[in-house]
Design a protein around this ligand. Structure first.
Ligand code: SF4
Ligand code: SF4
Ligand code: SF4
Length: 182
């Protein structure tokens, strides 16, 4: 990939990423005001192996775990393996190759041949398919995290009990939200 082009795209999308991070910080801002010493359940994105259990182990009907996207890491690939099946029958951008079971990821051309991928968390069920796909052939910029606006802060997180990677723990609400870093 052309490094200068990619850096430009990253700067262009920095505002979008900042909104995302500010949004995340916003959840914590609410927690901070209500209980500065409270602990919140969080995924360590560097430990998560995208096993899929987050989508069905949560006590909520639709999991509180959602996919987030670190735009600073993303390669803005045309054939994104977080969006398209990494092993399609035909290697093209056909709709039949799309990975997400709920159409929660929006693909938008930024500048030929680069594309931006934005997650609609209202549609995301936390299945991790995109995370696994991005991690396997891409750069891992898509990751799962617990949405603090949805999480019930169960005494014992039902997902943490079954997480094969011990990726979920409680952290102080006043600390920074755990994001995927490059
Ligand atoms: S593939 Fe799964 S984790 Fe990724 S956006 Fe779609 S529903 Fe969410
Ligand atoms: S603490 Fe409860 S609501 Fe929050 S992610 Fe875990 S199981 Fe779901
Ligand atoms: S259960 Fe653990 S390893 Fe599996 S997707 Fe959730 S956080 Fe990641």
């Amino acid at each position: 990939m052309n490094n200068e082009r990619r850096d430009l795209l990253k700067k262009t999308c920095q505002g979008v990423a900042a909104v995302g991070v500010l949004g995340l910080a916003g959840f914590l801002g609410v927690k901070k005001q209500s209980a500065a010493d409270a602990l919140v359940w969080q995924i360590d994105p560097s430990q998560c192996i995208g096993c899929g259990a987050c989508s069905y182990r949560c006590v909520l009907n639709v999991s509180a775990v959602k996919c987030f996207h670190n735009f600073k890491m993303c390669g803005y690939c045309d054939l994104c393996t977080g969006f398209f099946d990494p092993q399609p029958l035909a290697r093209n951008t056909g709709a039949e190759n799309q990975l997400c079971p709920t159409n929660a990821i929006r693909r938008r051309e930024v500048e030929t041949p680069y594309f931006e991928y934005v997650v609609d968390q209202n549609l995301c069920v936390g299945c991790g398919k995109c995370v696994d796909g991005c991690f396997s052939l891409g750069n891992g910029s898509l990751f799962l995290q617990i949405n603090q606006e949805l999480c019930k802060q169960c005494n014992q997180c039902a997902i943490a009990l079954h997480c094969p990677a011990q990726a979920i723990s409680r952290i102080p609400a006043a600390q920074a939200y755990q994001l995927k870093e490059a």
